[in-house]
Design a protein. Structure first.
Length: 235
């Protein structure tokens, strides 16, 4: 019963970690890239409408590209696991003696006596599917991925990118002068970057204040560089 509860807890933890990683990837780029684009265009054009159009186009393209990257990463993980499963089935069926020795070696490494090694190996080798699962986990260190992981990752990253990108772009919807809109965009985005960096660092074990400052500085530098380059080419 204790083992079952521990297993459930682990699975939930892993799923939460995957979701958190997707949100971090999408949100961090979503806040930074459209922010830098809007700042750069604000240094070159006066009309906010142009920046809104360009910003929406960038958010659409960026969210699709980021989501596709997440999908391909999840699909690659699934394909790798499937190929390793096929290889393990082949080895269990055709190289049984070697697999038995590897299984005994695992039990020896965790301190079982030779008699218990033989008994445990004999029991686990009775069920081919369970034996393969055992070898996947303890020989190769691979857990079976969620079959829907690729699709979930694409949606999580894409939507997080959109959510992050709307924040720096939102002032341009209501303020026609791009320079004035940029001021509000900077304030809103830097606050969001700080909050995002704080919680991101807190969940990953990094000093929250330092992590928040670091994320905020990265976004600020990117936007300042884009704005400066636009001004330079304008003149």
């Amino acid at each position: 019963m204790d083992t079952h509860l521990h297993h459930d807890h682990t699975e939930t933890h892993l799923k939460s970690s995957d979701f958190l990683r997707d949100v971090v990837i999408g949100m961090s780029d979503g806040l930074t890239v459209p922010f830098a684009l809007a700042a750069g265009l604000s240094g070159a054009v006066e009309s906010s409408s142009i920046i809104v159009i360009a910003g929406i186009a960038e958010i659409a393209a960026g969210s699709i590209a980021m989501g596709l990257g997440g999908y391909l990463a999840g699909k690659t993980e699934q394909d790798h696991y499937d190929s390793e499963v096929k290889r393990e089935y082949y080895e269990v069926e055709n190289l049984r003696h070697r697999e038995i020795e590897e299984t005994k070696e695992f039990f020896a490494n965790i301190g079982l006596s030779p008699a218990l090694q033989d008994q445990a190996t004999e029991e686990i080798a009775k069920d081919k599917a369970k034996w393969v699962d055992f070898m996947m986990k303890y020989e190769l260190g691979l857990d079976k991925p969620d079959p829907k992981r690729a699709t979930k990752s694409a949606l999580n990253i894409g939507l997080s990118y959109i959510a992050g990108g709307v924040i720096p772009l939102s002032p341009y919807f209501f303020i026609s002068d791009s320079t004035e809109a940029l001021k509000f965009s900077v304030i809103a985005t830097l606050i969001c970057l700080f909050v995002f960096g704080f919680f991101k660092s807190k969940t990953t074990g990094v000093n929250p204040i330092w992590g928040a400052i670091r994320v905020t500085l990265i976004g600020a530098v990117a936007a300042a560089a884009a704005f400066g380059v636009a001004r330079l080419f304008e003149h």
